[in-house]
Design a protein around this ligand. Structure first.
Ligand code: 13P
Length: 253
């Protein structure tokens, strides 16, 4: 019912050659399943989006941006709008990734404007939510996830939210080698789905895809994907290695 979704977040990695090479390998070696059995996307740095989108244009592997700005154009030095992302072939945009929240300092209000701008501009936002280690230890996980979801989606109708994907990324599991256990992840995914049912309706909650991210590797992907409410994976480090990312895609099918 919910098609699995595997997305690679390349973060601030690759260069003009390696980004295209990585994209080409992913496209050619996932061609039998991508699009049909599993949604696949890669999120390269802004500057390589156009080249990667071109390399993937004949494939079913989608392209996403790692961020977006909410204004459509004008004097916003350094920023990139939804229409620019569409123009170079993007389908998705990450919004509120924890590195942007905690390193760059993005607020829930800013993330909300970005989600709205992405939807308004015809993109499919992937809204990232998740708690810090100290917040988990203080049993605040549900509270943090509730705030990220309610504020991140504030003012958006069910119809608009239906194009959004949620990514649960516990911050303590990102790039640390610590993965949430499948049970820990499932617990939060189940909480998110129930919250979405309360905020919108049961149908939206059943249909929306909720990805897990945080130290996903080929050897833990199957256990994570085996959980009822884990619909896909948002992969950081392992998405930079074609063999690992391809193995994760195969597990998700
Ligand atoms: P890692 O897979 O490197 O932990 O990164 C996860 C992530 O932040 C994906 O957006």
């Amino acid at each position: 019912m919910r098609k699995p979704f595997v997305a690679g977040n390349w973060k601030m990695n690759t260069d003009s050659n390696s980004s295209v090479e990585l994209a080409e390998r992913i496209a050619s070696e996932s061609a039998d399943v991508a699009g049909r059995d599993v949604t696949v996307a890669v999120c390269p740095p802004f500057i390589y989006l156009q080249a990667v989108a071109k390399a993937l244009s004949a494939s079913s592997v989608g392209v996403g941006a790692q961020d977006i700005y909410y204004e459509s154009k004008g004097a916003f030095t350094g920023e990139i709008s939804a229409s620019m992302l569409k123009d170079v072939g993007c389908t998705y945009c990450l919004c509120g990734h924890s590195e942007r929240r905690h390193i760059i300092g993005e607020t829930d209000d800013l993330v909300n404007k970005k989600v709205a701008a992405g939807i308004g501009g015809g993109l499919l936002p992937i809204l990232c939510v998740g708690e810090l280690r100290a917040e988990r230890e203080a049993s605040q996980t549900n509270e943090v996830v509730t705030r990220h979801l309610k504020k991140g989606l504030a003012g958006l109708s069910a119809e608009k939210v239906s194009v959004v994907t949620i990514a649960y990324e516990p911050v303590w599991a990102i790039g640390t080698g610590l993965t949430a256990t499948p049970q820990q992840a499932q617990e939060v995914h189940d909480f998110i789905r129930k919250l979405l049912a309360e905020m919108y309706d049961g149908q939206l909650a059943e249909e929306i895809r909720i990805l897990y991210g945080g130290s996903v590797k080929p050897d833990n992907a199957a256990d994570l994907m085996g959980q009822r409410d884990i619909d896909g994976l948002l992969v950081g480090g392992a998405s930079l290695k074609a063999d690992d990312f391809l193995a994760i895609i195969q597990v998700a099918v």
